[in-house]
Design a protein around this ligand. Structure first.
Ligand SMILES: Nc1ncnc2c1ncn2[C@@H]1O[C@H](COP(=O)(O)OP(=O)(O)OP(=O)(O)O)[C@@H](O)[C@H]1O
Ligand SMILES: Cc1cn([C@H]2C[C@H](O)[C@@H](COP(=O)(O)OP(=O)(O)O)O2)c(=O)[nH]c1=O
Ligand SMILES: [Mg+2]
Length: 193
């Protein structure tokens, strides 16, 4: 009897799994065919995330990228660069009068930076939450800064903090042709399309 029940449950499981697969596939086709992703407000939002020289030196690039992928965001731009003083002074222009500014420039030009543009629903707000408080001592465990850093002068990652800031920073760090528009085949799972 127990054996029969096991066989029966296995059959149900198989049917369930293959059924699920079919549903997911047809979900993909529906998303691509009938309703375009652009029709959902906010899903095209983009933000600049930069892994600072300490993050690169400490070989944290993979783990940081993985967190954004796992969350469901889409990578639309990626490059490694030695940042110029000119780019930085534009990027951190509002901090020019701060006492830590010279140290900040020195730190940010001390080695390569990995700059990325991530896209998705409320990505700016969500990525600020994922990155955590500016001062790692106040950052929650589970955030990038709360898990990987201890001092504000070496806080591993940059994340745009507003819609206007993100647009300005993306234009500053990336040329239009360096950003790719591509479709993930998981709209049904990510956005409920
Ligand atoms: N007291 C400080 N001492 C040293 N460096 C600091 C200090 N405060 C801020 N910084 C550096 O300046 C950066 C920019 O500060 P900001 O106030 O914009 O914080 P943030 O928005 O969390 O950081 P970011 O703009 O890099 O994402 C910080 O990320 C940090 O690298
Ligand atoms: C506020 C502050 C920032 N910084 C550095 C670390 C910040 O990541 C960087 C930019 O500051 P800010 O843009 O205010 O913070 P966030 O990085 O969270 O957006 O300046 C200091 O070194 N000392 C400080 O007191
Ligand atoms: Mg900032």
């Amino acid at each position: 009897m127990a054996m029969m029940q096991r066989c029966f449950s296995n059959r149900i499981l198989q049917q369930f799994c293959s059924g699920t697969q079919v549903t997911l596939l047809s979900g993909c086709h529906r998303a691509a065919g009938r309703r375009s992703l652009s029709s959902v407000p906010g899903v095209r939002e983009r933000t600049l995330i930069a892994i600072k020289p300490d993050g690169v030196q400490r070989r944290l690039v993979g783990q940081i990228i993985q967190r954004f992928e796992q969350r469901g965001f889409k990578l639309v731009g990626l490059k490694m660069l030695q940042v110029s003083d000119d780019l930085l002074s534009q990027h951190y222009g509002q901090l020019r009068t701060k006492p830590f500014y010279p140290g900040l420039l020195q730190y940010m030009t001390s080695g390569p930076v990995v700059a990325m543009v991530w896209e998705g629903y409320k990505v700016i707000e969500s990525s600020r939450m994922m990155v955590g408080h500016t001062n790692p001592a106040e950052a929650q465990p589970g955030t990038v800064r709360g898990d990987f850093s201890i001092h504000v002068s070496r806080n591993v990652v940059h994340a745009s903090d507003s819609v206007e800031g993100a647009q300005r920073e993306i234009q500053l760090w990336f040329k239009g042709k360096e950003l790719l528009n591509w479709e993930c085949c998981d709209h049904a799972s990510t956005f409920g399309l």
